[in-house]
Design a protein around this ligand. Structure first.
Ligand code: COA
Length: 260
């Protein structure tokens, strides 16, 4: 896959995606969002991909937000469409991807950049990264799910403070409040993300996919998460991987999962 704003490479069953607009601090313009949507849809359906590592090019920014220059003259209807399409095609698609997606936050994660990281299943940040939702300083609020996902991750009090002050917080503070899972030195960022992904990849892929569905249901107001879990649990019994997992346990050997 060749993109204009995204580097993409499959290595050891992991799709490495790097947002590559370094001169604009990897800000998400329309084309980058379309490319991300395409790459995530590819990851979701391609058998050779078992996980995704998402990061930003360079050392300064993961993503410094949506590209402000593109929506500076929008009216209410256009603003709503921007949020609606972005959420469906990119942010919700990442959250619902049946393969684990890890955000490796290599620098500023602001606005749409933090929203992108929050749509991922796991976040790892370098020490020194700054995270925030500065939209109210532009006369806006977050529109790519940020008000919802931040509240789910850190609770209403911290979420409101971060959104309403527009302040950036450090990676260390983000870890304290549960916004990122791990903070590491810059040189360890990729290794830490790959350590987690390679462990998840050894587990039963359909079980991992069912776990994503069930965990996501916990924060979906349209769903009863317990009911979703019951169905997802039941689904696992229909898989070859369940039989392999149990047989391998009985035979005291490592399972070989096929994702079937
Ligand atoms: N949209 C469009 N362009 C952006 C951008 C964004 N969200 N964030 C950064 N850029 C561009 C800058 O316009 C600049 O481009 P230029 O060199 O053509 O002028 C380039 O990226 C470098 O950014 P700059 O502001 O010069 O870097 P800095 O080190 O002085 O500041 C930030 C870094 C992250 C503090 C600053 O870029 C910033 O506040 N960005 C916007 C963050 C934001 O509000 N995001 C939410 C959007 S809804």
């Amino acid at each position: 896959m060749t993109y204009n704003n995204l580097l993409s490479e499959i290595k050891d069953q992991v799709l490495h995606l790097t947002i590559n607009r370094e001169s604009k601090l990897n800000a998400l313009n329309k084309e980058t969002l379309a490319e991300l949507a395409d790459a995530i849809s590819f990851a979701a359906s391609n058998e050779n991909v078992r996980g995704v590592l998402l990061t930003g090019a360079g050392e300064k920014a993961f993503v410094a937000g949506a590209d402000i220059s593109e929506f500076s003259s929008f009216n209410a209807e256009q603003g709503e469409q921007l949020a609606l399409q972005g959420q469906a095609n990119v942010f919700d698609a990442i959250e619902n991807c049946p393969k684990p997606v890890i955000a490796a936050i290599n620098g500023f994660a602001l606005g749409g950049g933090l929203e992108l990281a929050m749509a991922c299943h796991i976040r790892i940040a370098v020490s020194g990264a700054k995270l925030g939702l500065p939209e109210v300083s532009l006369g806006l609020i977050p529109g790519y799910g940020g008000t919802q996902r931040l509240t789910q991750l850190v609770g209403k009090g911290h979420a409101f403070e971060i959104i309403a002050t527009a302040d950036m917080i450090t990676a260390e503070r983000a870890a304290e409040i549960g916004l990122v899972n791990h903070v590491v030195a810059r040189e360890e960022l990729q290794a830490k993300a790959l350590e987690l992904l390679s462990k998840i990849i050894t587990r039963a892929p359909l079980a991992v996919a069912n776990a994503i569905v069930a965990v996501n249901a916990a924060t979906d107001p349209q769903l009863n998460g317990y009911e979703v879990e019951i169905r997802a649990f039941g689904n696992c019994f229909n898989t070859e991987d369940f039989k392999e997992g149990v047989t391998a346990f009985m035979e005291k050997r490592k399972p070989v999962f096929k994702g079937k």
